[in-house]
Design a protein. Structure first.
Length: 168
């Protein structure tokens, strides 16, 4: 079964088959990690994303990765935190499931995720870590082609939160 790794750093620098983007439903770019990925990858990503017709919350769609070291960007749309009673956790789980399904369909063996929804979208990082890691742990059992999922955390605090919820 594939392994889960944690790393503190910049996801745009990762040499993996696919990096996952914390996108919005329009898929045409934005701030945060989305902005960083589009800046580093160049205009090809946006040109391709334009053809995808947006993406629902909880779903994920792929483009190639332009100038990035990765081969693909999988644009996953996480939920906006509304207090916790609006299905946010399930939608966060869903976008991780869908991103891993898409990665497997594309033959990716290594995949890097940021902490989806924990920035502009306001999802509490402790709960996000639990959902993201728990979902990934379960999904790796059914996606035998995926050898490594790397969570790339930007801040020390996020890295520590993920470390505390790493499945044994
Ligand atoms: N590498 C890894 N993580 C990063 C990087 C990076 N280069 N840059 C930021 N982060 P956010 P969201 C972390 O706000 O909450 C955008 O405008 C950041 O510190 O990027 O899902 C989209 O277009 C945080 O921990 O994504 C959407 O409209 C995490 O990435 C909206 O924001 C996610 O923060 C999505 O909001």
């Amino acid at each position: 079964m594939g392994r889960i790794e944690l790393l503190q750093g910049d996801i745009t620098k990762q040499e993996v088959d696919a990096i996952v983007n914390a996108a919005n439903r329009g898929l045409l770019g934005g701030g945060g990690v989305d902005g960083a990925i589009h800046r580093a990858g160049g205009p090809a990503i946006r040109e391709e994303a334009r053809l995808l017709g947006g993406c629902e919350t909880g779903d994920a769609k792929a483009t190639t990765a332009g100038d990035l070291p990765a081969n693909y960007v999988i644009h996953a749309v996480g939920p906006i935190w509304q207090g916790g009673d609006a299905g946010e956790a399930e939608r966060l789980a869903s976008c991780h499931r869908r991103a891993l399904e898409v990665a497997d369909e594309l033959g990716c063996r290594t995949v890097a995720f940021p902490a989806i929804s924990t920035g502009v979208y306001g999802f509490p990082v402790e709960l996000a870590a639990k959902v993201a890691l728990g979902t990934t742990h379960v999904e790796l059992e059914t996606h035998a082609g995926i050898e490594e999922v790397r969570f790339v955390l930007f801040s020390d605090a996020d890295f520590q939160a993920f470390q505390q919820h790493l499945p044994s």
